[in-house]
Write a protein that binds this ligand. Structure first.
Ligand code: GLY
Length: 385
């Protein structure tokens, strides 16, 4: 915002990891923050695996996403230390790196392709023989074909993170409203939010929509202002009794089926996740549980002995180009922070930094430049002309 007041009033709509991180950092930067969410932290953030893995998730043609991920990963240790200090809650940051595993020869071939891509980008990854991989993680199956060590990709406990962010945001002065809110427009600009059906307006100099997949259908706004976000369903499992089984994240391809196993300090093992373009279907399906367990047990046979603690489904908010949408829209005083797809936890520090910059009228971090939501409006205009 140009000409920002010294202590801007900011309304954040959405209390997942993204909305909470923005609220916390905005409040710490002196803004007057109100956050609205009927069930904070219960959407995608509740199901996330918490991987901080820009290198393991690098994909051909997604250089801007890689740059954003690397910038945010670099910010994570400081973000976590600061959050632990501000909240008094350990967020379970694990910095043992990740191991990428190919189960059969075709999977090993895919892994070699990823290794070549990482090398081209100068990213740290070391090919390992199956024997070397098993000496790092003895629980791996003897049938493991090949592996790649990615020492810079870490993880954090998503649920501890949500709790810590909530505490830290409130301690820094954020007012948390456990209810929905929709933006209010006057004279072509957003002037605040109100609870649906209520007349009282919570006035704000800036409204930040951080409502995940719900962001593109927020009522009361011109449709062109909102980025197109679609739900990508992920089903994920939490297994219990896995203390000491793995010491780092293991990501594998098992006959072409991707699976990850992320250990937590309390002995939980997060096993995920499906990637389904099926709209807002909230069901946990037997087929998904079967596929995930079959793949996970092929990688780590002891998985079959663990307790099945939870199986849940949530929705990743994805944009057409897989890049998040973070920044001011073309409606004055309206910003969005959504579309983080597979990387909401990873990208939280960068997103919060970008949102604080725009609230205070400062330059945004360079890696957040390509995330501007106005790229979608520009694409619509180009295709119409
Ligand atoms: N970032 C992991 C997932 O979306 O499944």
């Amino acid at each position: 915002m140009s000409g920002s007041p010294a202590r801007p009033a900011v309304a954040v709509v959405g209390g997942g990891v993204i909305g909470l991180s923005c609220a916390w950092q905005l409040a710490e930067s002196g803004c007057q923050v109100e956050l609205f969410d009927p069930a904070p932290g219960q959407g995608a953030s509740h199901a996330a695996a918490g991987m901080l893995a820009p290198v393991s998730e690098a994909t051909y043609g997604e250089e801007a996403l890689l740059a954003a991920g690397l910038a945010s990963a670099q910010a994570w240790p400081r973000f976590a230390a600061h959050l632990i200090e501000a909240s008094g809650i350990d967020v379970g940051l694990r910095q043992e790196g990740s191991l990428l595993v190919g189960h059969d020869p075709d999977d090993a071939q895919q892994l070699r392709r990823l290794g070549a891509l990482l090398e081209r980008h100068g990213l740290e990854a070391e090919p390992l023989t199956a024997r070397q991989a098993r000496s790092l993680e003895p629980a791996l199956s003897p049938r493991t074909a090949s592996a790649l060590s990615v020492p810079g990709d870490h993880s954090v406990d998503n649920r501890r993170l949500v709790t810590a962010l909530t505490v830290a945001a409130e301690r820094a002065g954020t007012r948390l409203h456990r209810g929905p809110a929709q933006p209010v427009m006057q004279g072509g600009a957003v002037v605040g939010v109100r609870h649906p059906g209520a007349s009282a307006v919570h006035r704000a100099d800036l409204v930040v929509l951080a409502a995940g997949v719900a962001t593109s259908s927020v009522a009361g706004l011109p449709a062109h202002a909102l980025p197109p976000v679609r739900p990508v369903k992920g089903q994920i499992l939490r297994l219990r009794g896995a203390a000491g089984l793995l010491s780092r994240t293991v990501r594998a391809l098992v006959s072409g089926v991707p699976v990850y196993l992320v250990p937590r300090a309390d002995g939980e093992l997060v096993v995920g996740a499906t990637t389904e373009d099926v709209g807002l279907d909230r069901r946990v399906t037997a087929g998904a549980v079967l596929e995930l367990l079959r793949a996970a047990a092929a990688v780590v046979p002891e998985v079959g002995e663990l307790e099945l603690g939870e199986a849940l489904a949530r929705f990743r908010p994805a944009t057409p180009d897989n890049l998040p949408a973070v920044g001011l829209t073309d409606v004055p005083a309206l910003a969005v922070a959504t579309g983080h797809h597979r990387g909401g936890v990873l990208l939280a520090p960068l997103t919060a930094q970008a949102v604080v910059s725009l609230a205070l009228g400062r330059p945004a971090p360079a890696a957040a430049g390509p995330l501007s939501p106005t790229r979608f409006a520009a694409a619509v205009e180009r295709s119409a002309s």
